[in-house]
Design a protein around this ligand. Structure first.
Ligand SMILES: [Zn+2]
Length: 232
């Protein structure tokens, strides 16, 4: 059984049935697409919608995630959708996931990678190889920047390698009404500027460590705005 090599110079992997065009390239050109936006902008909702749309067309895919809010192997969304997902750890090789599925007779046309900014840079390299050598579409969803407004390493690699990059168009507003762009980490009522790049928190007010989406101006000066109380 043929297997792709790490340098991508292999023949078509087993299970890949790409039709070839006149120039020898696959008629269906797989792509690596990165959709990014701040917290609360609906990334996971869009990821599940994308999965649904492709499944309706008879395509088969795998949904993967890392450190979802639910802390279980599923993608959950703030508007109540959920879908089981494969939890990605540093040890997981995305190419092996696809090969194993194929070996089990399960077709994989695409991957939906939620929370992709928490993946490793190696995972992003594997995504590119899945597109180029396996003809598998990869749709990655994630944050671009961390609480300090610096790119996550995986997000940076996605910006560098992806065939297309799109900012998710659901606007999240800062308390001042400007477009929310950056995630502030809030602890003890103050914006935190130092610490681990990934700390689990939520955007609900009661969380010990929480995140609040701010415009650049208010992210820079750390102004969280007036406390908003929501009637239950
Ligand atoms: Zn603002």
């Amino acid at each position: 059984m043929s297997r792709p090599t790490l340098d991508g110079s292999s023949d078509t992997p087993a299970g890949c049935v790409a039709a070839r065009g006149v120039d020898g390239r696959p008629a269906h050109a797989a792509a690596l697409r990165f959709y990014w936006g701040p917290m609360d902008c609906g990334k996971s909702t869009m990821a599940l919608q994308m999965n649904y749309n492709h499944a309706r067309q008879g395509r088969r895919g795998l949904v993967t995630t890392r450190i979802d809010r639910s802390l279980g192997p599923q993608v959950t969304t703030r508007i109540g959708l959920a879908h089981e997902a494969i939890e990605i750890t540093d040890e997981v090789d995305l190419r092996a996931l696809v090969r194993d599925a194929w070996a089990d007779g399960v077709r994989v046309d695409y991957l939906i990678c939620d929370e992709a900014s928490f993946y490793s840079v190696q995972h992003v390299e594997q995504m590119a190889e899945l597109v180029d050598s396996y003809d598998v579409d990869v749709y990655a969803f994630g944050l671009a920047t961390d609480f300090r407004s610096c790119l996550f390493p995986a997000a940076q690699r996605l910006f560098e390698l992806a065939d297309s990059v799109a900012r998710i168009q659901v606007e999240v507003l800062c308390w001042c009404g400007r477009e929310g762009l950056l995630n502030a980490r809030v602890a003890g009522g103050r914006v935190v500027r130092e610490g681990e790049q990934v700390v689990i928190g939520d955007t609900v007010d009661t969380a010990e460590v929480r995140y609040q989406v701010l415009c650049r101006r208010h992210h820079r000066n750390g102004d969280l705005g007036p406390r908003i109380t929501v009637d239950a």
